[in-house]
Write a protein that binds this ligand. Structure first.
Ligand SMILES: Nc1nc2c(ncn2[C@@H]2O[C@H](COP(=O)(O)OP(=O)(O)O)[C@@H](O)[C@H]2O)c(=O)[nH]1
Ligand SMILES: [Mg+2]
Length: 229
């Protein structure tokens, strides 16, 4: 047991070292990196598809998408003309820093403004692995139950933003968006929350404004880092 614990902490320490180096590279190149985490099927890929479809063409975006098997998500996302790579973990329930570092090898970060990482569908394991992202974003859909922030507090505590997805389905499911949001704030009182629908007209407006603000903040952080040298 002791040995297992020490192996786990070694793996996490090594991951942290890689994550810090990635974070520095993202900051120095003015790249906003967002790590999207949710259960399978909450709508991560659908949110990204509609985001890429609506993105200001001046923004140089790219996506790394993780799954245990298949490149289905990469194929869905590649249709929008931005660079996309699938990371297939072959059984591992989360992405780690080494996988991100490896898949960024031939993507010069100075050519990017925005990097989305779609993590493997899982509300538990991905929360332990820092990928050097600016923010973790947790998604929960209206068919999953209002209590999930209380059952899976680690990811709701660590995420900067909670996206409540599939709100177009609210009239058809017994789900209180207010209760889900209050539960998230019990875990993380200052958490930002937006409601989103990938299928309704204007359903991504709140999310897209959050994204715009965060892209600006990443560019300011880059200028500050350069000025501080
Ligand atoms: N009604 C509705 N369905 C959605 C929405 N977003 C995703 N879906 C559906 O939910 C299913 C899972 O979505 P997907 O993006 O693959 O989830 P992921 O596993 O988190 O990437 C698909 O059938 C989507 O069409 C939404 O905003 N509204
Ligand atoms: Mg997906």
């Amino acid at each position: 047991m002791q040995e297992r614990l020490s192996l786990k902490s070694k793996v996490l320490n090594e991951n942290q070292r890689i994550a810090e180096s990635l974070r520095e590279r993202f900051r120095d190149n003015g790249v906003l990196c967002l790590n999207l985490i949710s259960s399978p099927g909450s709508g991560k890929t659908a949110l990204l598809e509609q985001t890429l479809a609506h993105l200001d063409p001046c923004i140089r975006a790219a996506v790394l998408t993780g799954d245990i098997q298949t490149d289905n998500d990469a194929r869905r996302l590649a249709r929008f003309g931005f660079p996309v790579k699938q990371i297939t973990t072959g059984g591992t329930c989360h992405l780690d820093g080494k996988m991100i570092e490896k898949h960024l090898e031939d993507w010069p970060l100075e050519n990017l403004d925005l990097l989305f990482i779609e993590n493997v569908g899982n509300l538990v394991c991905p929360s332990s692995y820092d990928l050097g992202e600016n923010s973790k974003i947790v998604l929960l859909s209206v068919t999953e139950g209002e209590d999930k922030p209380l059952k899976y507090p680690a990811i709701f505590f660590k995420a900067d933003l909670f996206v409540l997805t599939k709100v177009d389905l609210l009239p058809y499911v017994p789900f209180s968006a207010e209760l889900a949001e209050a539960n998230a704030r019990r875990v993380h009182p200052v958490m930002e929350i937006v409601r989103a629908s990938a299928v309704a007209e204007g359903g991504l407006n709140a999310w897209l404004s959050w994204l715009d603000r965060r892209i600006d903040v990443a560019k300011e952080a880059q200028l500050l880092a350069v000025a501080g040298r």
